[in-house]
Write a protein that binds this ligand. Structure first.
Ligand code: 6GU
Length: 241
């Protein structure tokens, strides 16, 4: 898979994705990461990429033309173009699975107060990583690329690691423990030491339910998390209209 990131600050995305599992996936060629900087496409000698918003308001906006040119440089015919903005649809595990099936993705990072709205006409989707505001889309790009890369074939040692994990089954995962069996007078739950696989999976199921009820009650009554695709949701919303 190839992902290109349109950003004024490529090192904010490149550096964190050079370590650990994603770093190794890049070295192995499973993920190709490219960057395109709107600053390199500015039109004046000061290399200006931002300007004041029409109608007034605080902060500066990224101008459309340098972003458009930076996008054009990396966009292929089959690229799936995503605009990163706190106003976007919320990214989740299901979206990560859908993106992991694509061949070419371009992520456009807004910075300052955002990007001239007209750039939206060149994006397939607007994405946010949660209900809070970041100074720019770069940390969001890192989060999305990390979540997608670990789903690519051959990136994780155990291919089944993603099947039982948190969110894939719609619940948070049960707690995990490793040696020693007793640590600072705290014991590992007995069921996990029993060697009885039915007992272990029963314990995990109820521990997962309890944890989800405590931390994420919103997940309990939700329909099967992976029951449909994002496209299904879009079609359903349209049919309802
Ligand atoms: Cl994608 N961008 C910014 N600036 N803030 C965010 C975000 C994105 N997602 C959540 N907060």
């Amino acid at each position: 898979m190839r992902i290109d990131v349109v950003t004024l600050f490529p090192s904010m995305v490149d550096a964190p994705l050079s370590e650990s599992i994603v770093g190794r996936a890049r070295e192995a060629g499973r993920l190709k990461l490219g960057f395109s900087n709107p600053r390199d496409f500015a039109e004046d000698r000061h290399r200006t990429v931002d300007d004041k918003p029409y109608g007034g308001g605080t902060g500066m906006l990224m101008m459309a033309e340098p972003v458009y040119r930076a996008l054009k440089k990396v966009k292929k015919r089959d690229s799936y173009v995503i605009l990163l903005t706190p106003k976007g649809r919320r990214f989740d595990q299901r979206m990560a699975l859908e993106l992991a099936a694509k061949k070419n993705i371009v992520l456009i990072c807004g910075h300052y107060e955002g990007i001239d709205e007209r750039v939206n006409n060149f994006a397939d989707l607007e994405l946010s990583i949660g209900d809070y505001v970041l100074t720019g889309g770069e940390p969001a790009a890192v989060a999305i690329i990390d979540a997608v890369t670990r789903l690519l074939p051959g990136v994780l040692k155990q291919a089944d690691a993603v099947i039982n994990e948190t969110f894939t089954e719609g619940l948070l995962e049960a707690p995990h423990y490793t040696r020693p069996g007793v640590w600072r007078r705290m014991k590992v739950p007995e069921a996990l030491l029993s060697g009885d696989h039915k007992r272990i999976s029963g314990w995990r199921r109820s521990a997962a339910m309890e944890l989800t009820g405590k931390n994420r009650p919103d997940l309990i009554n939700r329909e099967a998390y992976n029951g449909g695709s994002y496209e299904d949701d879009r079609n359903a919303a349209r049919d309802e209209e």
